[in-house]
Each structure stands twice: as structure tokens, then as C-alpha cells.
Design a protein around this ligand. Structure first.
Ligand code: NAP
Ligand code: MG
Length: 490
């Protein structure tokens, strides 16, 4: 067994803060019908930087009356402009938005890190490039829907209501907006309360791109704003990404109405590491899967299932690697683990850390100095957990890894499939045949082999069971936004 490194006596990088200037207004209104407007009752809320607890801006808090205005603006834009535009013209707008996102990528990355707490390395190298890639990809589909659905005519629903979470704020907006617009829908989008700023900056970009007014409307607010959008009969389709708990509430509200919906919900993914895997590579994948981005990832590899014969080695290597992870300023290019997104989420994670110990698991956290202000959590692993423990069954959404061992592939599969989710997973082995065997038995929407958390706009993403229904990304991601009609249907 190797001795854990003492990070303080090995090496430490000099600070390298991102220095791109950002333009943030003191306050933001709602973006409705191509214009900025206050909430009808004048209510606002603050969005803070979770790394410093400083207020970044005040943002309008939309009521049901504001949501109604936004849905009506989207309907007008659909009836008068968007549904009449040739598909190739819709595509041109999307290409323009994609290019403008690339031009402004650095500023978007900084704002994303300030508002949500994620390391700049993630927002700069992963989130924003994928945002542009999604717009490019779906721009290409706009005038090729006949090829996507041969023999059918793909008609838009009309107005799409879209509700997104705080962990990938702009990327989730892109996953929602790009396919909806490409297929000819207009949109009302509600970002999460703690991370509204990049969606609002996207609204500025959309204005600069001269998208016809009302095609995209952005309403900020909390859960009530989201519920008002879900319950608005004028929203023909609802696309929701968020927690399973809220997803179930939305399902109950929408199922009797006959309106269309897709739900992308939580996960409790397992990385399965076999004794024949390249162990150092697997450790990197595990670290990437659960610790980067603070574990604020729906498909985070929050469980590790490791074959008993290599368990001790893998855990020792993991502990070594965890000791080198840098927790701190999200705007520092060296940072691996940024700030926890909000005080509420921080409290939730702390609750699970206590619970883990109370359930009899053994906790390991490397020694690391945390900033005084802001919300932070060191990378944490638990060994000695059992299958029924809440640490193994429930989504924590923080940098917390639960480790179990297995002896046979069948046992690994059984444990992987046990929690009520089915969003993603990973398998690490030298044998291709094992990859195929395991991936055909693990019930997850995405299974990565000898890698983790890799995304591409051409690949569908989505879950089984309590992880949701419907797919986003790729050709599959067009389907939730269209009604497939007989070609003769007018
Ligand atoms: P959440 O509490 O469910 O919130 C998601 C969004 O729904 C937010 O905009 C939220 O507004 C809004 N909302 C809250 N209550 C609502 C209601 N009753 N009706 C309609 N909308 C409502 O989830 P979260 O804590 O922000 O996000 C983390 C969750 O998202 C995790 O469970 C994660 O796994 C999941 N997620 C899934 C995917 C995927 O693709 N499967 C991707 C990313 C995240 P407020 O922010 O104002 O509360
Ligand atoms: Mg914020």
C-alpha cells in the first residue's frame, strides 16, 4: 500500500486567476417579446457568487402573470413569424447564435464560474464549447428534418416551456433551446434561481443576433415561476431538467393534461473497476467523474464498485490523487474543485457527510485549507458502506464518493442496478468483451468505457427509471420537440 502524499510538502501552483473582464448589469429584468421588462409586481431576488457570498446582480422574480405574458409573446412569435419562416432561415439564426457564443466564450465562462462556483477550467474548456457545439449541431438539422424522420412530416408543438437546473446553467439552456428552435418551436425558458446570469447574457446575445422578438423568452424566478410555466395551458410542451422529486411533481401535473413533456432527472451512477483495468487511468476517471465540478453533475460517478482483489490498491491511489486536488477560487485556472453552488446545497451535503458516519461508514478527506468565505467541501470518500445505506441509494450532488467492492461481474451488475436511478455509469477493464457484457446489463442511459463524463452533441443522453424519460442530444433529441404527421397532413 502506498503512503498518501503530503501535498503541502510536495508542490503547489502559484495562483493563476482568470483576468477576462465581464460586463454585468446591476439588475436584470425579464426577457419577454424581445424586450427587457420588470416583473409586474416589481419583485426581485439576488444572485450571489457562492465563492465569495457577494451579490452579483438583482434579478426580476417572475410571477404567474409574467409567465403568462411570456407564453403569449412566444405564441405570437410562433403564429406570426417563426412557424412561417423557411427552415433554412431558422438554421441561419442558430448558426449565428453558435458563432456569437464562440466569440464571447471567455466572458460566458467567467460569468458561469462567478454565478455558479464551478472551476473556470470546466466552464471554459467543457461547458461553453459544448454550448456552441449544440447550437451548431442543431442548426444543421433545421432544414433536414425530412431526413431525420423519413416518410413523416415533423411539425413543431408550438410553444415550449423549459425549466433548467443550476449545475450546467448555460449548457442546459443550449440543450433545451437549440433543438426546440431548430424544429420550429418558440420558447419560454426558466433558469435556476441561483444561476440566472448566463441565460440572461444569452438573452442579450439573442437580441444582438436579431432573432425575431418573442421566439426566445427568459423568465427568472424560483420554483413558483417554474410551476407557473408547467401549469400554463399555453405551453404545448414542457421540458424539465432537475431533481427527481420536482420531476415527479411535474409528471403528476402534466400526465392528465395530454400535453407533451420530457424529464431529465437525477442519478446515482457507478464506476465499475475490474482487476484487469488500467488502474491509474481508472483513478483519473473516478476523480473526474465525482470530484471535478464539485460532484454537481447528474451523471456523476458517485459510486465506485471495485473488484475485491484490487480494492486496496485503488483506494490508496485515489487517496493519493485526492490529496493533490486543489479546492478554492473557481476563477483560478489551477482549481479542480470550486465552490458548492449555494448554502442550501452545502447544508444538504454536510447532512450526508454526517449521515455517512452515523451509518457506520468510514470517511476520508485529505487535509486542505478552505477559504473563509463561501461554500466549500473537500473531496470525500466513504468506505465500509452497505447497499442499503442512504449514501449508496440517494443522490448527494456533491464531491462525495461511496465505495463498495465486488467479486464477480454478476455481483457488480446487481449492485450497479440497485438504486432506483439509471442515468449513467462507467466500466473499466482491459477486455472488450467484458465491456459489451457489462454495458448490456447495466440499466443506464449512458455507459462510458475506460473514460467518464464525455459529451458530444451528436450522442443522445437521458435516463431510465427515476432518472427520467425522453432523450436530449443527437437525432433522438429532436423527437421530443416534434409531432410526427402523415406527409399529406397540412
Ligand atoms: P430542482 O430543485 O428540481 O430544480 C430544477 C429547476 O426546477 C429549477 O429551475 C427550479 O427552480 C425549478 N423548480 C423547482 N420547483 C419547481 C416546481 N414545483 N415546478 C417547476 N419547476 C420547479 O433541481 P436542482 O436542485 O436545481 O438541480 C439538481 C438536480 O438536477 C439533480 O437532481 C440533478 O441530478 C438534476 N440534473 C439532471 C440532469 C439530467 O440531464 N438528467 C442534468 C442536470 C441536472 P429554482 O432553482 O428556482 O428552485
Ligand atoms: Mg449565483
Amino acid at each position: 500500500m502506498t503512503t498518501p502524499l503530503n501535498f503541502d510538502t510536495t508542490w503547489r501552483y502559484a495562483p493563476a486567476p482568470e483576468s477576462i473582464p465581464v460586463r454585468l448589469r446591476k439588475s436584470y429584468g425579464l426577457f419577454i417579446g424581445g424586450e427587457w421588462t420588470e416583473a409586474k409586481d416589481g419583485r426581485t431576488f439576488r444572485t450571489i457568487n457562492p465563492a465569495s457570498e457577494k451579490v452579483l446582480a438583482r434579478v426580476a422574480d417572475a410571477s404567474a402573470a409574467d409567465v403568462d405574458r411570456a407564453v403569449k409573446a412566444a405564441r405570437r412569435a410562433y403564429d406570426r413569424v417563426w412557424s412561417k419562416l423557411p427552415a433554412a432561415e431558422r438554421g441561419k439564426y442558430l448558426f449565428r447564435i453558435a458563432r456569437m457564443i464562440q466569440e464571447r466564450a471567455r466572458e460566458f465562462a467567467v460569468v458561469e464560474s462567478m454565478d455558479g462556483g464551478k472551476p473556470i477550467r470546466e466552464s471554459r474548456d467543457v461547458d461553453i464549447p459544448l454550448v456552441a457545439a449544440h447550437f451548431f449541431y442543431y442548426a444543421g438539422w433545421a432544414d433536414k428534418l425530412d431526413y431525420a424522420f423519413p416518410g413523416r412530416r415533423a411539425a413543431p408543438h408550438g410553444v415550449a416551456g423549459q425549466i433548467i437546473p443550476w449545475n450546467f446553467p448555460l449548457l442546459m439552456a443550449a440543450w433545451k433551446l437549440a433543438p426546440a428552435l431548430a424544429t420550429g418551436n418558440t420558447v419560454v425558458l426558466k433558469p435556476a434561481e441561483t444561476t440566472p446570469l448566463t441565460a440572461l447574457k444569452l438573452a442579450e446575445l439573442i437580441q444582438d443576433a436579431d432573432l425575431p422578438p418573442g421566439v426566445v423568452n427568459i423568465v427568472t424566478g424560483g420554483g413558483e415561476t417554474g410551476a407557473a410555466l408547467v401549469n400554463h395551458p399555453g405551453a404545448d410542451k414542457i421540458a424539465f431538467t432537475g431533481s427527481t422529486e420536482v420531476g415527479k411533481r411535474i409528471l403528476r401535473a402534466l400526465a392528465p393534461t395530454g400535453r407533451s413533456y420530457t424529464l431529465e432527472l437525477g442519478g446515482k451512477a457507478a464506476n465499475i473497476v475490474f482487476e484487469d483495468a488500467a488502474l491509474d487511468q481508472a483513478v483519473e476517471g473516478i476523480v473526474n467523474g465525482i470530484f471535478f465540478n464539485q460532484g454537481h453533475v447528474c451523471c456523476a460517478g458517485s459510486r465506485l464498485l471495485v473488484q475485491e482483489s484490487v480494492a486496496e490498491t485503488v483506494v490508496a491511489k485515489l487517496k493519493d490523487r485526492m490529496a493533490t486536488l486543489i479546492v478554492g477560487d473557481p476563477l483560478d485556472k489551477n482549481t479542480d474543485i470550486g465552490a458548492i453552488n449555494s448554502k442550501e446545497q452545502w447544508k444538504r451535503i454536510q447532512g450526508y457527510l454526517k449521515l455517512g458516519e452515523a451509518e457506520g461508514a468510514e470517511k476520508y478527506q485529505p487535509a486542505c485549507a478552505l477559504p473563509e468565505k463561501g461554500y466549500w467541501c473537500p473531496p470525500t470518500l466513504f468506505t465500509g458502506v452497505s447497499q442499503s445505506d442512504r449514501l449508496v441509494q440517494e443522490e448527494i450532488f456533491g464531491p462525495v464518493l461511496a465505495i463498495q467492492t465486488f467479486r464477480t461481474p454478476a455481483e457488480a451488475v446487481e449492485k450497479a442496478n440497485n438504486p432506483p436511478y439509471g442515468l449513467s455509469g462507467g466500466v473499466w477493464t482491459d477486455k472488450g468483451s467484458k465491456i459489451f457484457k457489462i454495458s448490456s446489463k447495466v440499466r443506464a442511459g449512458v455507459l462510458w468505457a475506460n473514460t467518464y463524463n464525455k459529451f458530444d452533441p451528436t450522442a443522445p443522453f437521458g435516463g431510465y427509471q427515476e432518472s427520467g424519460m425522453g432523450r436530449e442530444g443527437g437525432l433522438h433529441g429532436l423527437l421530443p420537440y416534434v409531432r410526427l404527421l402523415d406527409p399529406e397532413h397540412s
